[in-house]
Design a protein around this ligand. Structure first.
Ligand code: C5J
Length: 224
């Protein structure tokens, strides 16, 4: 039986037995000073601000016993899965693979590549390292989700218009019913988040649905 979640552009039919949460790239490289996001000249405090909402969303899924998946934007130490064009891009003070305050930027296993402590994956939760912006390219996650019988994905994380939106679009093209929790996602640019949230739900939900955490909490049943 589905749970109807008030959402834009119309109620989202959450299917409890077939739903997983995807928390995109809540890693130190994007959220803390000295990381990749900071090296690009961004205000990382904007992203840090969604940690409490994202933690509450993860807690809701854990209470329900629904799967939680974490992603990290992470490349192999030899950069063999990072195209040179991606390394060159952006004119940052530091490039992908170079050493910053938290180790090599966006490299698997480095301190900066770890998910922030407040959102650390629990034992048994899936953590995928993705070399692209989207969660499906070169990760094998679609096959794992299919094996788990997952048809519905709830999204959170950063940044709204880059890795979150790319992952939602990839998921949408693969047939998943996608819901974005709008106060558990953030961008370095307020206007980009605003536009992304609008374009996801536009045209009858061309990419998916959007709703705040409070609506999900109410519909699923917040703890008393
Ligand atoms: C970016 C991401 N913004 N996780 N990555 O480069 O959105």
């Amino acid at each position: 039986m589905t749970i109807e979640i008030p959402a834009q552009p119309y109620p989202y039919p959450l299917d409890p037995a077939h739903t997983a949460l995807v928390v995109i790239d809540m890693q130190r490289d994007f959220i803390e000073k000295g990381g990749f996001g900071d090296s690009l000249g961004n205000d990382v405090a904007r992203l840090e601000a969604i940690i409490p909402t994202t933690a509450a969303l993860i807690a809701l899924f854990r209470r329900q016993g629904w799967p939680v998946i974490h992603t990290r934007e992470a490349h192999k130490p030899d950069l063999s899965n990072c195209p040179p064009s991606k390394i060159r891009r952006g004119n940052p003070t530091l490039h992908i693979g170079e050493t910053g305050a938290m180790g090599r930027l966006l490299i698997a296993g480095e301190p900066g590549n770890q998910i922030v402590d407040a959102l650390a994956p629990a034992e048994g939760e899936i953590v995928i390292d993705k070399p692209g912006k989207g969660m499906f390219w070169d990760t094998g996650i679609h096959e794992r989700l299919q094996a788990m019988g997952i048809t519905h994905l709830v999204f959170a994380g950063v940044t709204t218009e880059v890795c979150v939106q790319t992952s939602m679009r990839e998921a949408n093209d693969r047939g998943y019913e996608c819901l974005l929790i709008e106060d558990a996602t953030e961008s370095y640019f307020a206007e980009f988040k605003h536009a992304t949230v609008k374009m996801i739900a536009a045209q009858g939900g061309i990419v998916g649905w959007v709703t705040p955490l409070s609506e999900l909490d109410r519909a699923v049943g917040a703890p008393g």
